[in-house]
Design a binder for this molecule. Sequence first.
Ligand SMILES: Nc1ncnc2c1ncn2[C@@H]1O[C@H](COP(=O)(O)OP(=O)(O)OP(=O)(O)O)[C@@H](O)[C@H]1O
Length: 325
Amino acid sequence: MSSIISVSKLTKNYADGFTALSNVDLDIQQGEIFALLGPNGAGKTTLISIICGIVNPSSGSVLADGHNVVRDYRTARSKIGLVPQELCTDSFESVLATVKFSRGLFGKPPNPDYIERILRQLSLWEKRHNRIMTLSGGMKRRLMIAKALSHEPKILFLDEPTAGVDVELRQDMWAMVRELRESGVTVILTTHYIEEAEEMADRVGVINRGKIVLVEDKDTLIKRMGSKELLLQLVEPLARLPQSLTGLPLELDASGQQLLFRFDIQQGETGIADLLRKLDRAGIEFRDIQTRESSLEDIFVGLVRDAREQHRESGQSKKNTGEKS
Ligand SMILES: Nc1ncnc2c1ncn2[C@@H]1O[C@H](COP(=O)(O)OP(=O)(O)OP(=O)(O)O)[C@@H](O)[C@H]1O
């Protein structure tokens, strides 16, 4: 698969001096659903806004379908559809008129067949003559997607597509996004719902304090979710793992007093019996044993916390050296 969006060394310093993005590298593959996760203020909207040409980067570059979003703005922007968080439409217009108008803004010639196809796909065709103010909340959200797709973009950004939406409508949205992917559109969504990323995404990226801290295949993350940890408190601390235990998914913590063994609960054979035999043979005794399950939520929270601590530490060391943070 090739990259349809390529973000390279992207930094954004706002006018007040705040650095919202710092040296971000990210590649989105053609035809995937990519979920961008991050806590409030992490930089998700800033990143999307730069890719969509709404905000100027301070340094670095973004290519959308091979076109530089600053130097070749019009062509790059025509490849992208953006569904913002807020519903913003003229409520007196009809559904059909507003979608046609959006297409016209990109200088595309009329294509009634295409407009009909997307309105049918989004279950809005029957409502095409309705004024927007008469639509339900769910229909208005679908209309925002129809507007974003009106100029036949290859890439669709969905900013918090299901924020404040009920469970049923959320599932409809998920089904629809999958259909869009089937039709060849690359979808990038931001979300606060880990469950949503889990349900929909092919890959997941985590952003925190303007830095990408993880990009990973969702199935790999799911596997991690299915993994459990076994913690063994040792009677005597170890300086290092003995040779007979290397090659196992086993880690010795910095104090040398705790062993962490990771295993997959979905596998019939966990490897615990083998581990215990090997510990016994190596003469390693433990006084306590605990199991712990890690979820995607844990992984996410852990990543964000680690990044926060690193940030604090680097701020501290800069203070110590008198450097500005
Ligand atoms: N125009 C601006 N001037 C100064 N700082 C800004 C500006 N826009 C955003 N910021 C700051 O940049 C940081 C990132 O904001 P951004 O909106 O990109 O985050 P986000 O991840 O989308 O957050 P949320 O999930 O809350 O929407 C925040 O600390 C925000 O206050």
